[in-house]
Design a protein. Structure first.
Lengths: 217, 270
């Protein structure tokens, strides 16, 4: 296990503890973040264990399974906070549609032994779109007194940056892998920055809601 | 080892770049949000100010109408009766006790009538009375005044449980009714006026119906009708201000029905 993965796991555990210990585990966004963190930890630990103890030569199928679950979690999160009822409906319908798309892609385009970059890119585009839509909604509806103490703002920014990074890196990765494995490896590692940022912003969101609850009290 | 250090440099440089972009994004978004918040608050303040001004104008109009009614009553009714009493008093001849007694009795009757009229005048509706007595009582009083002129037959139907409306909405509704009755008096040439007030859990429905000449859609608008036009516009604006819907149904020669639907779920600004 390299240093980047270790930092990733430590940050994921710290974020999980922050959310489990706070009152936000009862809130919808808190539940979704906890679910995502559990998914991240399970996926990473399983992928490492398969190589280390299971003597598997390829663990990429774990990520093929995790992608539609991750999409479902974030889609449910946005479906609950977006006001537009039509878009809400589309987001909910998109969950099984995306799962079907994942199956179709691994059957036809990128099998389980190959990095599922196309599906991840589609997921990233949708999530970036939803994040931007939610930020626009925040701006137009003006329902929040202070943006800094609104956890969904931080969670949304976290998702936005994570998926923008994911989109750029996954977009380059397949191309780079064909030309230079070394460059592809380096690019993949840069992707960890976005993962760290995701957890750090989740933590900021958790603390911002704590501040909000204190102010309310 | 060399490879590791180059990896770390790449990570630090890209990390810093991403962080800078993130900080820039958050600062710009917060700034944009704050700007919009200030703009929104200013807009809200101006809407509230406009609402308060309109309410004040409505209250003044109601007061003006009340004063006009009191002035007319004093001039046409109380004044005439008291003048008659004075005339009778000056004509008393004390030498003829029987005739004097009859005149005094007549004068007493006239003064009693004046006292009763003045007592009725004190009940004249002002916006404070509307708040105290409620909308139904205010409408009943308005129709009673109309009936007293002897030119109209009026009826008032109240159904449902009367609910007190929030803010100044009752005053606005009352003013709309007054404006409708004014239009009937000035332009409709009607003989009957009926008002229905229906309360339901979700809304208040008001109908002012007359059997007059109605409002014409086509043809040139006479000068006196132009005033009615602005009156109707005022009524519509006021209805909109309290979140209500005002519909005017009219056919030439078949009377007019003014329909006002006030949702009870919307809170007034005040």
């Amino acid at each position: 296990m390299n240093i980047y993965t270790r930092i990733y796991l430590v940050l994921a555990v710290i974020t999980l503890i922050t959310y489990l210990s706070g009152f936000h585990r009862k809130k919808w966004y808190g539940k979704m973040v906890i679910l995502h963190l559990v998914l991240c930890l399970t996926t990473t630990v399983t992928a490492i264990a398969l190589i280390k103890y299971g003597h598997f030569r390829n663990n990429l199928f774990v990520f093929h399974i995790a992608t539609p679950i991750e999409y479902a979690i974030f889609a449910m999160l946005y479906a609950n906070v977006i006001v537009n009822s039509k878009l809400k409906k589309y987001i909910i319908y998109s969950i099984p549609a995306f799962a079907l798309l994942c199956i179709l892609f691994f059957l036809v385009v990128q099998p389980l032994t190959v990095n599922n970059s196309y599906v991840v890119m589609i997921e990233s585009i949708i999530m970036v779109g939803l994040s931007l839509y939610f930020l626009r909604q925040l701006l137009l509806l003006q329902q929040v007194e202070s943006l800094n103490s609104f956890p969904m703002f931080w969670i949304c920014v976290a998702i936005l940056f994570y998926f923008v990074g994911s989109l750029v890196i996954e977009g380059m990765l397949n191309y780079l892998m064909r030309h230079s494995m070394e460059l592809a490896r380096k690019t993949y590692r840069v992707g960890y920055i976005f993962k760290y940022l995701l957890f750090l912003l989740f933590i900021v969101g958790a603390f911002s809601s704590r501040r909000q609850s204190k102010e309310a009290a | 080892m060399k490879e590791d250090s180059s990896d770390i440099i790449i990570m630090i440089v890209s990390g810093t770049a991403v962080l800078l972009i993130l900080v820039g994004f958050i600062i710009s978004f917060s700034f944009l949000y704050k700007n919009r918040q200030v703009k929104y608050q200013r807009e809200m303040e101006s809407v509230i100010q406009h609402y308060n001004q309109e309410i004040l104008k409505t209250q003044l109009e109601i007061r003006e109408q009340t004063l006009k009614y009191i002035a007319e009553e004093i001039h046409d009714n109380v004044g005439q009766v008291l003048s008659l009493a004075v005339l009778n008093l000056s004509a008393i001849e004390l030498s003829d006790t029987t005739k004097a007694h009859q005149r005094i009795e007549r004068i007493t009757g006239l003064v009693e009538k004046s006292v009763a009229d003045l007592r009725n005048l004190s009940k004249a509706m002002d916006y404070e009375n509307i708040n105290q007595l409620g909308l139904a009582a205010a409408i009943a009083f308005e129709l009673e005044m109309l009936e007293k002129t002897g030119m109209y037959k009026t009826s008032f139907t109240l159904s449902g449980q009367e609910t007190k409306l929030t803010g100044s909405r009752e005053i606005v509704i009352y003013r709309i009714i007054q404006e409708s009755i004014n239009n009937v008096i000035k332009h409709a040439k009607a003989t009957t006026v009926s008002i229905c007030l229906k309360y339901s859990p979700a809304s208040l429905i008001l109908q002012v119906i007359d059997n007059g000449i109605g409002i014409s859609d086509s043809g040139p608008v006479p000068h006196e009708m132009q005033k009615t036009g602005s009156g109707i516009r005022n009524m519509k604006n006021r209805a909109e201000m309290i979140g209500a819907l005002l519909i005017i149904q009219s056919e030439q020669g078949k009377g007019t029905c003014i329909h006002l639907n006030v949702p009870l779920t919307i809170d007034s600004l005040r």
